[in-house]
Design a protein around this ligand. Structure first.
Ligand code: HAM
Length: 426
């Protein structure tokens, strides 16, 4: 590590602070509100797990497990990994804590950092945050539609409009092997046309060839079999009903049979939400069904479905739309002289107890410089306290937005501020 890197954040890891943090808070609080209205409860699994939790679920031969995990040996000699995603941990927690004994479906949401050692670029980080949701215990396509509807409700609630919902079904353990064989037959005669990664994928997981971004592979897969033509009757019925429900809930979508996900645990429904305003890393959210995962962790056969949203990408989109409002102090108290400063401090304390955001000036500074500070903070209202105000018990106020001013009794300040915030909400 070079001396200049020693005291810097690691590559691909970012500090998050104002003003961005306000956008993050808005995103997280809307998620909590909306997910709760669908009956999802917060869950907080640890950030590190036994490596096998991820290798077993995400799949030994996926990019995430092969190349991207932060894996280390702890002091007790155990192989530990920082979580690259949330689903595996939640499924592990569901089994370990026998949550399957509770009434179904059990619905959870989580938010927090994930870690993948990827090549950092715009929208792709090594520590990134997800908000995810997982529902266990329902195999109904109604649940798939409800989960997608919740995701849409959340994204549109944030004010995001130009999003594309792509959906697919990748079948189950009954029909996927047939599709896999069809892919092997198709690509068998075209191996020389594929990139080196896809030559390897051909042997390990030929489905992954379908979403390779290398131009020669895009060319080579023209005319390749489509998974949706190979679904068994149960998977077909599930998918058809899911699509019908998307129509019923008026969720615009496209069926994309080439959308295969980079994690092995998926069965049947998969989906991705993309935005054209994000460049190469354009997926803002993704998810799907994983009906075998709980069993993989030695729990009872339990169908499940979920998704995760990439918070950085959502925040980026919100910053582009410019629709987010940064919070500003409800009031700034400027005071002249120590006595007025004392009163200002007392007044600020009382108002803060009522939940208001109050900033105070330095009574030893000039009124002009205190006003400049209030202006920089965009305080909605400034109160000016001096000896006269202490004598009369009335305080001067000034609204910075329209320069209107007046006086109010010291005891009437809380009501005055309440009135201001009511007006601004109208
Ligand atoms: P995923 O597609 O790997 O799925 O990630 C979900 C979302 O996380 C992506 O659509 C993207 O917005 C964000 N994301 C992924 N990697 C990065 C990165 N390196 N930098 C920034 N953002 C990133 C999952 O993680 C599954 N666990 C989703 C799921 C939940 N499926 C079922 N339940």
């Amino acid at each position: 590590m070079s001396p200049s890197e020693r005291f810097k954040a690691l590559k691909g890891m970012k500090d998050i602070f104002a003003p961005d943090i306000f956008v993050w808070q808005k995103v997280e609080s809307l998620a909590r509100k909306i997910f709760s209205s669908y009956g999802f409860q917060e869950i907080r699994p640890p950030i590190a797990e036994s490596t096998s939790v991820f290798t077993r679920s995400i799949g030994e031969n996926t990019d995430i497990v092969e190349k991207e995990m932060y894996t280390f040996e702890d002091k007790g000699g155990r192989s530990v990994s920082l979580r690259p995603e949330g689903t595996a941990s939640i499924a592990r927690c569901y089994v370990e804590n026998h949550l399957y004994n509770l009434p179904s479906p059990q619905k959870f949401y989580y938010t927090g950092p994930m870690f993948r050692y990827e090549r950092p670029q715009a929208g792709r980080l090594r520590q990134f945050y997800q908000i995810g949701a997982e529902a266990f215990g329902s195999q109904l396509p109604e649940t798939d539609a409800e989960v997608l509807s919740m995701l849409r409700h959340f994204l549109t609630g944030l004010g995001l409009k130009t999003l594309h919902f792509q959906v697919n079904s990748i079948g189950d353990e009954k029909c996927r092997p047939v599709f896999r064989q069809a892919l092997l037959d198709f690509f068998g005669g075209r191996l020389d046309d594929l990139c080196d990664d896809c030559k390897r994928r051909y042997r390990i997981n030929p489905l992954r060839i379908l979403d390779c971004k290398v131009p020669r592979c895009i060319e080579a897969r023209k005319g390749a079999p489509k998974v949706t033509d190979y679904l068994c009757s149960e998977c077909r019925a599930h998918f058809d009903r899911f699509l019908e429900l998307l129509g019923l809930l008026e969720i615009p979508h496209t069926v994309n049979p080439d959308m295969v996900r980079g994690l092995d645990y998926y069965t049947r429904t998969t989906f991705e939400v993309t935005s054209e305003n994000l460049g190469a890393q354009n997926a803002v959210a993704a998810g799907g069904r994983y009906d075998r995962l709980v069993k993989e962790f030695q729990g009872p056969q339990t169908p499940a479905i979920g998704f995760a949203v990439g918070i950085e990408r959502i925040v980026e989109l919100l910053k582009l739309t410019g629709e987010h409002m940064l919070p500003t102090p409800d009031a700034f108290i400027a005071s002249m002289g120590q006595r007025a400063g004392n009163e200002g401090l007392r007044m600020a304390d009382r108002l803060r107890q009522g939940g208001l955001w109050i900033e105070t000036g330095d009574y030893a500074s000039s009124l002009k410089s205190q006003m400049r500070k209030a202006d920089r903070l965009s305080a909605r209202c400034v109160f000016i306290l001096g000896d006269d105000e202490l004598t009369t018990g009335r305080v001067k106020w000034k609204k910075l937005a329209d320069s209107s001013q007046g006086e109010v009794a010291l005891s009437g300040v809380p009501d005055f501020l309440l009135g201001l915030s009511r007006k601004s909400q109208e």
